[in-house]
Design a protein around this ligand. Sequence first.
Ligand code: ZN
Length: 558
Amino acid sequence: MTGRLRLVAVLASGLLASLVGTGTALAQDATQVIGVTVEHADGFASLSWDSVAGATDYQIERTPVNADDELTGPPVIVGLWRPNRTVTPDSPTFADAGFNPGDRFRWRVRARTGTTEHPFSDPVFGTTLPQWGDPDVPGENLRTQWEQTQAVQYTSDVNEYAYTAALDSASDRVRVVEIGRTIQGRPINMFIIGYPTPPRNVPAVAGSTVALVNCNVHGNEPSSREACLIMARELAFANDQRTLDILSNTTVLIVPTINGDGRAANTRGNSTGQDLNRDYSLIREPETFAFVEMMRDYDPEAAFDGHEFGNNQAGDLPVLPPRHLNVAQSIFDQSKSMIEDFFYERGSDDGWWYCPYGCQNGGEVGLSQETILRNTLGLKSVIGSLLEARSAGGVTRPNETNTPNNRRRKTYSAIYTYQQFLDYQLANQQAIAQAIEESIAFQTSNTGRIVFRGSYPIPAFPAPHPGEAPPPDEDPTPEQILDPPPCGYVLTEQQWSEPQPDGRPVGDRMVAHGIRVAHRIGRQDYWVPMDQPQRGLIPLLLDGQAAEPIAAAQRIAC
Ligand SMILES: [Zn+2]
């Protein structure tokens, strides 16, 4: 929310008292922070204050209090705010998260110059928002295992399926479909959410504007899965105008757990050890195969892919668009704009620290592999990003050695991200549709070089951010470029219909991707033309010179 909307929301919810801060008090000392206010949101509280000249950073202190504002526990430094974590360094705002929703606290903020601590601000007090949903209203009162245990336990597969079925039956806005099964037979469910009801069948969904969230591909990165299960309930029952506007204009698809076997075992890969986020182009595994078929049928316009990342120095919420060089410029630009012009600004307003994935020396991450969903999406003309919530608290959130606090910060910041994503999608539907149209026209024209691997450059987080590195540049070598592009590829009957060394026949995978192919009966082969919407993906799958092809088909020059 921006400032004015925020004030209205606070007034409307009767929390005016929480805005009464220290702004009217005269500081005893020019280095004492004044103007502290707190605003309560879904699982977090945004603390804002007036910047202090010469301060290098600020510490945020939180103390539990009772209804009479008497301290009931020790004060703890929960945050370290630095001017370089925002695009508005003169407007300090910190999203404090990790507490148990509904608890009441006292907050104080102090500036530091180097290691010199200046006096704390006067305190502000507030009761945080409880877990979303009225406990007395059926449906709204559903809670996941993670919520019920106050983040001590993750939601199990069994609990996920029970919660999902209960939401499905309690809300007219929700339909749950099973898009496939894992190797061990766990259902891969998808919420289809719309208002007043979701579109009635698959073609009707595809004909609507669709936003997709893939919540948990890496089983040991579970925070976005918990976020998605909660967000599904919010979308199913919230009656505020914003939610109704989103759901009246957008069909929201949520896949909470594509990798149920990996989640159950707390492993990155699936039950064979395969990293599913290196398989979205090759679709050797049943989980990714089902997901790609779903994308073909439901035809999303925009998507987010949820992860966690173990770089303690990174921002709260690293994000990154599709950047393979075969992605159309319009898709890259729109996705990048979503991140830079929307998430960076909203995040700064509300106290969350976004940055490009790879920021703060994250290493060789965020590259161009088409096997990664982020890139596969772009090659399918979908706007999007991944989210890589920082695993640990790091120096900026020193209280997160407390495990439930750490889990809550990640989960509630993921909910924030996906709700913002829906806001962006609603506000930019026409621009997104235009970018997709341009992408399809560009791909179908089969003009310009083909690159096997290589990335659009990603700018660093804007100034003042010395040393905050974006993901590395990745320029294609001459062998990784086909210029001019080929006209198509020929698959033999055997390649098309017989199992390949890595699994399924090529034909099954072409069909799952929705790539147009002509069966030439007289020649007993299959012709895959380049002049079609997934043109950028085809050589990556079928050219023997590609980095990870399914098969080496015959390349045909124009
Ligand atoms: Zn991941």
